[in-house]
Design a protein around this ligand. Structure first.
Ligand code: FAD
Length: 309
């Protein structure tokens, strides 16, 4: 069996694998797509000590770093079932391929995915005006006009955040009213360069072939279509953790995030979690790596305290 079996090969999983392998213990990584969300990212400007890099470059570096150690990387493998430790003290992991793995400890780091609007132009202009993370991409729109889609807490927080950087923000909400906390809505209304449009259904992200130039939405009450000329669209309609396969085995929050304590422990003994799939707030690369490292150290601590040989 593995001493530490990491599920997920994004920043959290890579960090967990490096930290575990450096203890000289048997370490494996199962990943559907090694690199994770970083593969879908263009400019990364907030990975501290690296002023600028690109997603695919960082993903390659993650893999290279893990491969410096004796880590069994099982890429393009999807985990489908986690089996809590039985009498043998080993946690089981079943893969879509039919393979069954055993481990003394498991680190869950399957990340998350942004909910998309699924309108024409959204996928085409991703990273070319369509963005999902204000902390990551906000500064790229300095002095420009943007829209934020979604009037929940994350949308309103994004609009407030962006209003301090960009020239103008239009917040579009599908519903008749915003769902964000009242204190956030009050803050939003106090800002001079933010406009709020409710009952608005986005129908298209338009561009000139290389970048976003406009957003088209329908007024759900009047039925007429409007076009906003702008440079960026921040989609804030939810971040979905990749934890559907864990339902019923490990404790999840109402949003489906794996509930962890301050050391990365989950509700199951020997099972740890890190990164975007957990309840830890602020989904960022630097945070995922820190959490992955911590989860691996917690797993190691668990190993040296457990009686299993
Ligand atoms: P992920 O990166 O999501 O990795 C999850 C891993 O788990 C992947 O390998 C995936 O294939 C695997 N996996 C999922 N389900 C299974 C399964 N069932 N079985 C096996 N493997 C599975 N953050 C920043 O700090 N700066 C930025 O500039 C930045 N820009 C971003 C731009 C975009 C477009 C996006 C989408 C995200 C951006 N982020 C940025 C956020 C950052 O990418 C994430 O916070 C970070 O990647 C989270 O790391 P993670 O390891 O927790 O999860």
């Amino acid at each position: 069996p593995f001493d530490v079996l990491v599920v997920g090969g994004g920043p959290a999983g890579a960090a967990a694998a490096v930290y575990a392998a450096r203890k000289g213990i048997r370490t494996g990584v199962v990943s559907e797509r090694f690199g994770g969300q970083v593969l879908d990212t263009m400019a990364i400007e907030n990975f501290i000590s690296v002023p600028e890099t690109e997603g695919p470059k960082m993903a390659a570096a993650l893999e290279q770093h893990v491969r410096q150690y004796e880590v069994d990387i099982m890429d393009m493998q999807r985990a489908e079932r986690l089996l809590p430790a039985g009498e043998d003290g080993l946690v089981g992991l079943e893969l879509a391929s039919g393979a069954a793995l055993k481990a003394k400890t498991v680190v869950l780091s399957t990340g998350a995915r942004w909910r998309t609007m699924d309108v024409p132009g959204e996928a085409e202009y991703r990273n070319r005006g369509v963005a999902y993370c204000p902390h990551c991409d906000g500064p790229l729109f300095k002095g420009k006009r943007v829209a934020v889609i979604g009037g929940g807490n994350s949308g309103v927080e994004a609009a407030i955040d962006l209003a301090g950087i960009v020239r103008h923000v239009t917040l579009l909400e599908f519903d008749g009213r915003l769902r964000a906390d009242e204190v956030l809505q009050r803050k939003l209304r106090s800002l001079g360069n933010v406009e709020v449009v409710t009952s608005a259904q986005t129908t298209e992200v338009a561009g000139d072939g290389s970048r976003v130039t406009a957003l088209v939405y329908t007024d759900r009450i009047g039925g007429d279509s409007h076009r906003l000329e702008l440079d960026g669209v921040f989609v804030q309609i939810g971040l979905l953790p990749n934890t559907e396969w864990l339902r019923g085995t490990v404790e999840l929050s109402p949003r489906g995030e794996v509930v962890t304590d301050g050391s990365g422990r989950t509700s199951l003994p020997g099972v740890f979690a890190a990164g975007d799939c957990t309840t830890v707030p602020y989904k960022q690369i630097v945070i995922a790596m820190g959490e992955g490292s911590r989860a691996a150290l917690s797993a190691f601590d668990h190993l040296i305290r457990s009686s299993a040989p």
